[in-house]
Write a protein that binds this ligand. Structure first.
Ligand code: PEP
Length: 250
């Protein structure tokens, strides 16, 4: 079963609205590939202006997080209906920075994932082990608990909306990339887990992205791994030249 590659840029807490719209424009005008899904994930303030500026481009827009209630007395939160109305099509769930600094748990990831599906957004569930967990042989156990928690109770039919991003924490923003073999092994584990939890068809059709210091020089090797269906890019997505370089390498 063929899976369409995705290259996604997570702009994190970077760029003013004006800078974000300008970067989105540079990416859209430099784009030469329509066989890939290209996604940019600006901060919340820039999401709608970026989405409007990309309305006649194939570049998609996503949110960096989502709250599980649609509305109410939840100061500073952003809901699924708000993201959808602003032009988001995808949303990150459980990015390691959220897990590390903002106490995201499996339970809150699951609630956010449900809210995304309910709002008609496609969740990208981020999973990955720390260096200490890898070095103590717990990497697969961590993936297992993040996958089983984040996808708890989900039905096979809902998985066509879900993307998984394997992002080893030790490779995020550090310049350390997982080797092609390490990425291939982790992706194969995740696909095997999905096959056992759901079924083989779901496993074969679920898109699994790799994230962790992807750049134009290492992208081709990682993206050539048969189980790697794209990249979630942080630092290198903040310049049109390097983001387009990754797209070109795919
Ligand atoms: C990320 O933020 O998801 C990420 C992978 O960042 P970087 O590419 O900078 O490691």
């Amino acid at each position: 079963m063929s899976r369409k590659l995705m290259i996604a840029g997570n702009w994190k807490l970077h760029l003013t609205v004006e800078e974000a719209v300008s970067l989105a424009g540079e990416i859209a005008s430099g784009l030469m590939r329509e066989d890939l899904d290209i996604l940019v994930i600006p901060g919340f303030l820039a999401l709608e202006p970026v989405a409007l500026s990309l309305s006649s481009s194939p570049v998609l827009v996503g949110g960096q997080n989502i709250f599980w209630e649609d509305q109410g007395a939840y100061t500073a939160e952003v809901s699924g209906p708000q993201l959808k109305a602003a032009g988001a099509r995808y949303v990150l769930i459980g990015h390691s920075e959220r897990r590390q600094y903002f106490n995201e748990t499996e339970k809150t990831c699951r609630l956010r994932l449900e809210a995304a599906l309910k709002a008609g957004l496609r969740p990208i569930l981020c999973v990955g082990e720390t260096l200490a967990e890898r070095e103590s042989g717990q990497a697969e156990g961590v993936l297992e608990s993040q996958l089983s928690g984040g996808l708890a109770g989900l039905e096979a039919g809902q998985m066509d909306q879900v993307t998984i991003a394997y992002e080893p924490v030790w490779a995020i923003g550090t310049g350390l990339t997982a080797s092609e073999e390490q990425a291939a092994q982790a992706h194969a584990y995740i696909r095997g887990w999905i096959g056992a939890r759901f079924d083989k068809d779901v496993a074969n059709s679920t898109r699994i992205l790799y994230g962790g210091s992807v750049n134009p020089a290492n992208a081709a090797g990682l993206l050539n791994q048969p189980e790697v269906d794209g990249a979630l890019v942080g630092g290198a997505s903040l310049s049109a030249e390097s983001f387009l370089g990754i797209i070109q390498a795919a």
